[in-house]
Design a protein around this ligand. Structure first.
Ligand code: CMP
Length: 143
C-alpha cells in the first residue's frame, strides 16, 4: 500500500483550510495514518526542500515554510502519490485548474496552500523527515 506526505502550509493553516484539505482526501477514499501540527525548524525545512537548493526561490520558500505552523499528514491508499498530486493541482498558480485544491484556493505560486510528495522516493524521505514509525498508525476500515 502506497503512502504519501502532505502538508498544509502556513497560509493554509492561517486561512482555516486544514479541515477542507482533510475532508477532500477522506472523501476520495484515502486513509489518514498520521497527522500533526508542527512549527518546523529551518534545518528540517532545508532538508525537506533539498531538491530546490540553489534555485532563486529557495531562501524565500524556506523562510515561508517556517513562518508559522504547518499541518503534516501521512495518507495511505492505492496510487495515493499520483492521485493526491492531481487533487492538489499544478504548482504554477496559472495552471492550477478549478476543482483542485490550489485551483480553488490559491492565487500565488508561493502561497499555494499545500505540499504533496511527487514520487515514492520523495514520499519516503519526507515522511521520515517529519514522522517517527510510532506516529504512523495502520488500521483496517470496517468496509
Ligand atoms: P511545493 O509543492 O511545496 O514545492 C516547492 C515549492 O516552491 C512549491 O510548492 C512552491 O510553493 C514554491 N515555488 C516558488 N516558486 C517556484 C517555481 N518557480 N517553481 C517551483 N516551485 C516554486
Amino acid at each position: 500500500m502506497e503512502r504519501t506526505f502532505l502538508m498544509v502550509k502556513p497560509d493554509g493553516v492561517q486561512r482555516g483550510l486544514i479541515g477542507e484539505v482533510v475532508k477532500r482526501f477522506e472523501q476520495k477514499g484515502f486513509q489518514l495514518v498520521g497527522a500533526k501540527l508542527m512549527q518546523i525548524s529551518r534545518e528540517k525545512a532545508e532538508l525537506h526542500y533539498a531538491e530546490h537548493q540553489g534555485k532563486p526561490f529557495f531562501p524565500g520558500l524556506v523562510d515561508f515554510i517556517i513562518s508559522g505552523p504547518v499541518f503534516g499528514m501521512v495518507w495511505e491508499g492505492d496510487q495515493v502519490i499520483a492521485l493526491s498530486r492531481t487533487m492538489i493541482g499544478k504548482t504554477n498558480s496559472l495552471d492550477a485548474l478549478p476543482g483542485t485544491i490550489r485551483g480553488d484556493y490559491a492565487v500565488h505560486t508561493n502561497l499555494n496552500i499545500i505540499h504533496g510528495s511527487d514520487s515514492p522516493e520523495s514520499a519516503q524521505r519526507e515522511i521520515s523527515n517529519f514522522f517517527s514509525e510510532q506516529e504512523l498508525i495502520t488500521y483496517t476500515k470496517p468496509i
